[in-house]
Design a binder for this molecule. Structure first.
Ligand SMILES: Cc1cc2nc3c(=O)[nH]c(=O)nc-3n(C[C@H](O)[C@H](O)[C@H](O)COP(=O)(O)OP(=O)(O)OC[C@H]3O[C@@H](n4cnc5c(N)ncnc54)[C@H](O)[C@@H]3O)c2cc1C
Length: 509
């Protein structure tokens, strides 16, 4: 599996977030020879720190980004179809409190537009609920001044990490060479052409030269750092903003769109797994994306605003938080929330005089498949300007289901558990995930650390206890598969505790 050395591929993708994984899958399905490298674990970057919605974004209507909303709604339908095991319809309530006539009219138009931009959707249409109906649907809402609520539908991807892994699994199934814990440290160059990258393989403890006819930089919020050696102009391509979420005990029955009293910002309170997510914030950020973490001010802001809407809900009790860094196409002179969420493709041959390399700038999870298709279209044109038939390089990802959609992954785990009864039991007293899932994660899905297993292959690390009660048992289970002796198991347990420490700074039992 870790056999990239000395290979020449058509396409080298740097960055294993949702966008890099999506590109690798799209290109591999077209028959291109692909390599994907990720410096940490697949999905360990911004992709595992979002609100977890697959949505057009009601808010972007205010920015008149109709094309973006329309295209995201189309992608929402596609993802509901190709990943029905990971992406689910989610009804929202948008409650109104003594709204002015102007505000009511504005929202009604917004709701109509949101529906009109997705006329071909399978999700139910919006509906106005009166005060009593709203309180019956959501008894936790503050009743004081409540007029009623709009109910509308969007979609949720509770385990977005698995969306990434399944893209990687399918890419590998179609011949892609994939490597996590492998950082691209420098570009290989022949004059003004990039011909691949040197990759530091941390697990194999080796530097590997990966030669590629075309290289795609999909490093999300790390882009300005990773592309700097190739650009004459030092002006950043990105504006980075940080957003955090609180994970609390289940506080509401429904998903809610709310507007903060303090600054009028839109935020969400959402059911998620057995818990509730409250988020998000949006503040400019200029540090290393890997260091992003919630601050006391971030936490207080979300707690106060959520309490206003649900006065008796348990927002004092925080299981954990996560913080992510948005990579937005740089715009100056506007506030964080006003920066467009649309992406851009940068061909460095045209813009910086360096051939053989493209960069993806920005982009939402919702749009990942369409962005991947656009990148692979351009890559295919560059690599083979005249395909034998027009279909030779066509994308199939809008119709090809992801690997777990047919239940095959669940079957693989069931076979493991049937072959060894000790793998059929849960390791954690608070979580129903069985030991076979963890073995499967190591044997079939490139998990190399406890964090890879608990946070990005299974959902055990996303439970309230974050797997801390069974972390030693997990190390004992996967240790032999990864060649860990007793001392190494202790090192790996410590590494996991360090990995989740930023998430637990505000944990209140
Ligand atoms: C708070 C918040 C809420 C959000 N909510 C939503 C939402 O509800 N819905 C939605 O659609 N979008 C949402 N987004 C946006 C979405 O999360 C991101 O746009 C998306 O995850 C970006 O994916 P990516 O692959 O570009 O970046 P990332 O996931 O960050 O992936 C980039 C990867 O590149 C790797 N990398 C960096 N340097 C190197 C190197 N030298 N070598 C190898 N690998 C490298 C990193 O480790 C990282 O894994 C949200 C974002 C934030 C911050």
């Amino acid at each position: 599996m870790r056999s990239l050395s000395g290979r020449t591929v058509d396409l080298l993708v740097i960055g294993g977030g949702i966008i890099g994984a999506g590109i690798a899958r799209d290109a591999a399905l077209r028959g291109l020879a692909v390599a994907l490298v990720e410096q940490d674990d697949f999905a360990s970057g911004t992709t595992s720190r979002p609100t977890r919605l697959i949505h057009g974004g009601l808010r972007y209507l205010e920015l008149f980004d109709f094309a973006l909303v329309r295209s995201d709604m189309r992608e929402r339908e596609i993802l509901l179809r190709i990943a029905p095991h990971l992406v689910f319809p989610l009804p929202f309530l948008l409650p109104l409190y003594r709204p002015s006539l102007w505000y009511q009219a504005k929202l009604r138009i917004g709701m109509q537009l949101y529906d009109a931009l997705s006329l071909d959707k399978t999700l139910p249409k919006r509906k106005w609920l009166g005060r009593d109906e709203t309180l019956a649907a959501e008894p936790a809402l503050d009743p004081d001044g409540l007029t009623g609520a709009w109910r509308f539908y969007d979609a949720q991807v509770p385990l977005v990490e698995r969306l990434v892994i399944e893209n990687v699994v399918d890419a590998a199934h179609h011949g892609a060479l994939v490597l996590n814990h492998a950082r691209a440290t420098s570009y290989l160059r022949e004059g003004d052409r990039v011909t691949g990258a040197v990759v530091r393989d941390r697990i194999g403890d080796a530097d590997v030269e990966v030669r590629a006819r075309l290289t795609v930089n999909a490093t999300g919020p790390w882009l300005d750092r990773t592309i700097a050696p190739l650009r004459r102009d030092a002006k950043p391509l990105l504006r980075l903003t940080k957003g955090i979420h609180l994970v609390t005990p289940r506080a509401t029955k429904q998903a809610h769109v709310l507007f903060a009293k303090r600054d009028g910002r839109l935020f969400f309170v959402l059911p998620w797994l057995d818990a509730t997510i409250v988020g998000t914030t949006d503040t400019d950020y200029d540090g290393d994306p890997a260091d992003a973490a919630a601050t006391e001010e971030d936490v207080r802001y979300l707690q106060e605003e959520a309490r206003r809407a649900f006065p008796n809900a348990p927002f004092d009790q925080i299981y954990f938080t996560w913080a992510g860094v948005r990579a937005l196409v740089r715009e100056e002179g506007v506030s964080e929330g006003e920066v467009s969420r649309k992406h851009a493709l940068r061909d460095h041959e045209r813009r910086d005089g360096i051939a053989g390399v493209l960069s993806v700038v920005g982009g939402k999870i919702t749009a990942y498949r369409a962005i991947a298709e656009e990148v692979a279209d351009l890559a295919a044109r560059k690599l083979a300007p005249e395909p034998k038939t027009p279909e030779a390089h066509a994308s199939s990802t809008a119709v090809a289901p992801l690997p777990g959609a047919d239940g095959s992954r669940a079957r693989e785990i069931a076979v493991l558990a049937a072959g060894d009864q000790s793998l059929a039991v849960p390791l954690c007293p608070h979580h129903q995930g069985v030991a076979a899932e963890m073995v499967h994660a190591v044997q079939r899905e490139w998990a190399r650390t406890i964090g890879d297993v608990l946070l990005r292959r299974t959902s055990l690390g996303l439970a309230a206890c974050q797997g801390l009660d069974c972390v030693a048992a997990v190390a004992d289970l996967i240790g032999p598969l990864l060649g860990w002796d007793a001392a190494r198991r202790k090192i790996e347990i410590d590494a996991y505790c360090r990995e989740i420490e930023p998430m637990r700074r505000f944990s209140v039992a």
